[in-house]
Design a protein around this ligand. Structure first.
Ligand code: CO
Length: 486
């Protein structure tokens, strides 16, 4: 049977600048290019979610919902996508079901059409509520399968997870390769296997960190993927998605190559984005722009590696990098082979450093203990019993065996009261932002907003990219910020 051309979903307004410019693109920088993207014929535009909501409030002085509405207004034709972290919404801790539902409702009203729903542990229990909530709004629920490598992450396992997502009501599926370690043959097997097992459309989202994304996408197209996710230069390649023109060229002569893209328009989009990239120079870095094979050699995602090296230096352990790298898989195994993705990458990296510095599990970090106690959900493999017992003993708490959100009472009534007391509007929008980013939301509505980043002076040297390495991720009131990639 003849297959239709593969769709291209463009990520430049979300993952493109999240991966290459620390999520700092402002709505003002997006507005000139959004109508051009809308005109180009992309299957979808990823414009929201992930770290953008945090970045809007924390760094840019923007209301994220206003951004979504503004983009929908200037780009009304192409479906817009957001990245939703299941029960964690766009944070790192579980929220009550009614807060997840209110968030999804508000986001659907503001203009999001397709929800990319994922859980870093691929735990279906953490996705159930979000999928149901998206379906209730009549919007499209795309279930994301987080790809990672470990002895328990087998092809069969990924496919049975895809079946669970289909049973939970996802309209389509995607393979989400947040660290760019997906390879062509694996991609083909996953896409083919998932399509056969579920009958659903399967899209592929990868990163070009190790230079593999175009080859993996080509394999995905061969195996019948419905869409691949691309960005556009200068916010493309490196730690972001491959460039649109590059992907079109890779498909030259292929029966599934989309034929409707106008290269002159794509060039115009690129030219329109160049000034924004230059203005964001403080946040861009050559390390993110280049192809980095370290990820493959060390099996450590690119975004984690730069954090990890600066943290080693801070701990005066720069000379022990190799030892710590060897410890990482041991920590992952003890903690049920959790994938290395925000925030678990920071947690695993820190615990590996502590194990090397003080001896195995002599200094058991609180965040790693929470994983061992099941507070993030069911891990892909079993937690080593002695590690789980040690975590329980140190924290004086029993392991969680149910869905973490089952332990939470409904949150909206209290949030509405607290929001009113803080002088915020009574809307779902204000309440869900307040639930996730209380201080920033309060500041925004009080008119206390950070200045948007000033364009760099000509010829000013780029500042080193400073990252905050605190990893206190648990608890409702946590405020720690970690740079992330997804
Ligand atoms: Co991504």
């Amino acid at each position: 049977m003849k297959q239709p051309p593969v769709g291209f979903i463009n990520t430049v307004l979300r993952d493109g600048h999240q991966s290459l410019a620390a999520t700092r693109m402002t709505t003002q920088q997006m507005l000139p290019v959004a109508p051009l993207l809308d005109e180009a014929g992309f299957t979808g535009l990823e414009t929201w979610g992930g770290a953008t909501i945090d970045a809007c409030l924390r760094f840019l002085g923007e209301n994220p919902f206003d951004r979504l509405r503004a983009l929908k207004k200037v780009a009304p034709r192409t479906p817009q996508l957001m990245l939703l972290r299941g029960q964690n919404i766009v944070q790192y801790t579980s929220f009550p079901d009614d807060v997840v539902e209110a968030f999804v409702r508000a986001t659907a009203v503001a203009g999001c059409d397709i929800f990319r729903i994922f859980d870093a542990l691929n735990d279906p229990a953490n996705l159930r509520t979000a999928i149901r909530a998206v379906r209730a709004t009549g919007k499209h629920a795309r279930g994301e399968i987080c790809y990672t490598t470990s002895p328990v992450h087998t092809l069969d396992r990924f496919i049975s997870f895809g079946k669970e997502l289909a049973e939970l009501g996802c309209h389509s599926l995607a393979i989400k390769d947040m660290s760019g370690v997906l390879t062509p043959h694996v991609t083909a097997a996953l896409v083919g296997g998932l399509r056969k097992a579920t009958g659903l459309e399967v899209a592929v989202h990868s990163h070009d960190t190790a230079g593999l994304a175009v080859a993996s996408y080509l394999a995905a197209v061969e195996a019948g993927a419905s869409a691949v996710e691309v960005s556009i230069c200068p916010f493309a390649n490196g730690t972001a998605q491959p460039d649109t023109l590059r992907m079109l060229a890779a498909l030259e002569g292929h029966p599934r190559r989309p034929q409707h893209f106008d290269t002159a328009l794509l060039q115009k989009i690129r030219e329109t984005l160049e000034p924004a990239y230059a203005e964001l120079k403080t946040f861009t870095s050559p390390a993110n722009e280049r192809t980095d094979p370290d990820i493959l050699a060390l099996q450590i995602p690119g975004g984690m590696l730069s954090n990890f090296r600066s943290q080693l230096k801070d701990l005066k352990m720069a000379d022990r990098e190799e030892e710590v790298c060897h410890e990482i898989p041991r920590v992952r195994e003890a903690l049920g082979w959790i994938p290395l993705v925000t925030p678990t990458s920071q947690i695993v990296g820190t615990q590996a450093m502590l194990n090397v510095k003080f001896g195995p599990w002599k200094n058991f970090a609180p965040a790693a203990r929470e994983i061992a106690l099941g507070k993030y959900g069911r891990t892909p493999g079993p937690i080593e019993p002695r590690i789980r017992d040690l975590a329980a003993e140190l924290s004086g708490e029993d392991p969680v065996t149910c869905r973490p959100a089952d332990l939470l009472a409904p949150g909206m009534p209290d949030l509405r009261r607290e929001a009113a007391e803080a002088g915020l509007p009574d809307s779902d929008e204000a309440c869900v932002l307040f639930a996730m980013f209380p201080q920033q939301t309060r500041d925004w509505f009080a008119g206390k907003r950070p200045d948007p980043p000033a364009p760099p002076k000509p010829a000013a040297p780029a500042a080193p990219r400073k990252r905050n390495m605190r990893i206190t991720v648990a608890g409702r009131t946590q405020e720690a910020h970690v740079e992330e990639w997804s």
